[in-house]
Design a protein around this ligand. Sequence first.
Ligand code: ZN
Length: 240
Amino acid sequence: MRYAIFSDVHGNLDALEAVLDAIRGESVDCCACLGDVVGYGPQPRECLAAVRRHCTSIVAGNHDFAVADKLSDATFNALAREATAWTRKALPESDIAYLASLPLVGSVDGGGLVHGTPYAPELFDYVQTSYDAHLAMSRMDSAVCFIGHSHIPVNFVQAEIISYSLDPEVLVPREGRLIVNVGSVGQPRDRDPRACFVIYDSSEGRVSRKRVSYDIERVATKIREAGLPEALGARLRLGR
Ligand code: ZN
């Protein structure tokens, strides 16, 4: 099976449409989304509809749960809190209820899906160091797990030791574990402003990262016109 897996759309419909266009050229069997469909961006409702239309698996992100009042936004920075309040008002009750109903974990053929870490998905902790990856791998019941949350695309590979790589292509190890952060569609933070997603070929055990450009200025204008903080548009240009 061939899967397209993406995360952290964050209400950025232009980036999501560019990714969905690119996916159409990849002849995939299914799509999966690792959460944070909403929050920060100006089109949460449209993004949620498109993700629900295209993805067979969707797991909850911390922003999804914060908008649905299922998670406190007390740890969010001021920009994220403002965007959370804006998004809550922008969504109909039915969308809020749907976000609240999202599961914390999912799976594709031979792979786990979670927003933060498989170690304790409900905590929405980050996997950023080898130690974080070690904890996460101790709770994995499959060879590969796909995560989002940090918006930084990176691979953690367990062989003799756990190492990380930024390689755009990585193989699922025959023994050991692999954690792939699929990066972010709608708000990349690795200083590459292009939208990010991965293709997972489960029969080959191969994961390939893809980047696609989209019209960032269009989104920045929508952010301004929606009354969201302009800084949210500025960071898209920088990819951080
Ligand atoms: Zn996010």
